[in-house]
Design a binder for this molecule. Structure first.
Ligand SMILES: *Cc1c(COP(=O)(O)O)cnc(C)c1O
Length: 224
């Protein structure tokens, strides 16, 4: 292992206020990297491919909380439903219903975040603020007893322009407040604002993030 995972992890943790959680993004990194972070007390890890995740789940300690952070196809939900702790990137009613169906089969309630699309890139997944408003206004989500909507997730534009990144996080934070007030005022569970990655997590914290998803800064560059 030529990356000092323990040192990098503690550096990141040292930058986080107490109420901000770290999701260590371990996709494409071997199990030994995850074990090194685990040995330092890290318990929340994020993965984006169902098959890679499955192999890691089989090998690694059972008290790890796995977050699915990538785009999730509905036909993959059944594979991760037995154990996934949170599905971060829900961007359609169809996916939400599928998660509910499989969570029900396993007698679980799966935590989810709605993925917001605010960044300028066309390629990114996620709900625009209007699509998100529509999904919630429709109300069918209230009948889904086996999913718990815990907040919002978003990725800022992939740019060096920190002003633009900050403005996108701020838009997300204001949108969170709107949705919270309209639909989740009584829900203690709706509290997560998952934004911030290696290159922008410090900015994200200044703009309301409660959960940062950091990979490269902890584990080094991914080898694809
Ligand atoms: C890969 C990934 C991350 C981590 O990115 P880094 O730049 O390595 O910190 C965060 N969020 C999502 C959705 C990702 O796919």
């Amino acid at each position: 292992m030529n990356v000092d995972v323990a040192k990098n992890l503690h550096e990141v943790l040292g930058n986080l206020p107490k109420d901000v959680r770290l999701v260590a993004i371990s996709k494409y990194h071997p199990c030994e990297y995850i074990e090194a972070a685990y040995a330092e007390g890290q318990r929340i890890f994020g993965e984006s491919h169902e098959q890679e995740l499955k192999l890691k789940v089989e090998k690694l300690p059972k008290d790890i909380q796995w977050h699915f952070i990538g785009h999730l196809q509905t036909n993959k939900v059944k594979y991760i439903a037995p154990y996934i702790s949170m599905i971060e990137a829900v961007d359609s009613m169809k996916l939400l219903k599928e998660i509910n169906k499989h969570a029900n089969k396993h007698n679980r309630i799966i935590k989810v975040l709605l993925e917001l699309h605010i960044a300028e890139e066309e390629t990114k997944y996620g709900l625009t603020p209007d699509a998100c408003r529509e999904l919630l206004a429709d109300g069918e989500w209230r009948t889904l007893d086996h999913v718990q909507i815990c907040g919002l997730m978003m990725m800022a534009s992939n740019t060096d322009n920190q002003d633009q990144i900050a403005s996108e996080f701020e838009t997300a934070a204001r949108f969170f407040d709107e949705i919270k007030a309209h639909y989740f005022a009584d829900s203690d569970a709706f509290k997560d604002r998952s934004w911030g990655m290696s290159h922008d997590y410090k900015t994200a914290i200044c703009h309301g993030s409660t959960m940062v998803r950091v990979g490269t800064t902890i584990f080094g560059p991914r080898v694809y």
